[in-house]
Design a binder for this molecule. Structure first.
Ligand SMILES: Nc1ncnc2c1ncn2[C@@H]1O[C@H](COP(=O)(O)OP(=O)(O)O)[C@@H](O)[C@H]1O
Ligand SMILES: [Mg+2]
Length: 265
């Protein structure tokens, strides 16, 4: 699981993606090579239309590459059929979307629990994991609220909890703060960073916001479907936060979280 930092988690090899539009075709990705280690916190940065969503959807098995391969935990997921992809996504990947994508008729608790029902996790175990995540994203007061009774930031915290509930190896977040104001965006980035540092969750997120990209340990710059550069913001980035500030009330040490590799909290 996500506790052995440094292990190669994701390898993207020569990935291209062409979209046909009538007689012309759009080269959305033109040869992406990328490796991500367990425990990393990577941002994919570039202007609108450069291929961020296409890349993240392909990594997340939501879309297929035109050519090239994707290895997740050493497994070639680019050749999976639809059932295999669904299983992989359920088991290994958590997804956070720009528009939250919560189920409107379900409350906070039910939204977070939903992937566990799909994965046929027994009820008592579901309750344990959901409780822990509600605590982690600080939504205890709102468990019975429906999405339309929540603020944007609260909705995205539900989406983060839902993405983590299956203890995925990798969490993909496509412009998670694009629909949030800047103060709320900061809170969401602090939350993701805390989960990376304390729970060792590996994240890849995209953004075209310069403030947000600085939260990453590693920044991949994309233009016109290729990676044109890489930066390592280092220790002095604005994402530095006071430990425990976000996950107030959770157990210290960070080893009892949803990613602790099997042991229930
Ligand atoms: N389903 C699609 N059909 C045709 N073209 C698409 C489709 N999805 C994306 N594109 C095109 O691929 C390019 C990359 O898009 P996208 O990955 O959404 O970029 P970003 O997320 O960086 O804004 C753009 O030129 C976009 O118009
Ligand atoms: Mg996009």
């Amino acid at each position: 699981m996500s506790d052995n930092a440094g292990r190669m988690l994701l390898e993207v090899r020569g990935v291209t993606k062409d979209y046909r539009l009538g007689k012309t075709s759009i080269h959305a990705l033109r040869g992406i090579d990328l490796s991500v280690e367990a425990g990393d916190f990577v941002s994919v940065v570039g202007p609108s239309g450069c291929g961020k969503t296409t890349l993240l959807n392909i990594i997340g098995c939501i879309d297929k590459p035109s050519s090239g391969k994707i290895f997740l935990d050493g497994l070639d997921v680019s050749t999976f059929d639809d059932n295999g992809e669904a299983d992989t996504r359920l088991a290994r990947i958590g997804f956070i979307f720009q528009s939250f994508n919560l189920v409107g008729v379900l409350d906070v608790r039910e939204n977070i629990e939903f992937p566990l029902i799909l994965a046929k996790v027994p009820k008592a175990e579901r309750a344990r994991r959901v409780d822990r995540l509600i605590e982690l994203v600080e939504l205890g007061e709102f468990v019975r609220h429906k999405p339309d009774e929540l603020s944007g930031g609260q909705r995205q915290r539900v989406a983060i909890a839902r993405a983590l509930v299956n203890r995925p190896s990798l969490v993909i977040a496509d412009e998670p703060t694009a629909n949030l104001d800047s103060a709320t965006s900061t809170t969401i980035m602090e939350a993701m960073k805390a989960l990376n540092e304390e729970e060792k969750v590996t994240f890849i997120f995209s953004t075209h916001n310069e403030l947000i990209e600085r939260y990453a340990k590693r920044i991949l710059l994309i233009r016109d479907g290729i990676i044109i550069g890489e930066e390592f913001p280092g220790e002095k980035n604005p994402g530095e936060r006071r430990r425990g500030e976000w996950s107030r009330g959770s157990a210290p040490g960070g080893d009892s979280g949803p990613h602790a590799g099997g042991g229930a909290p």
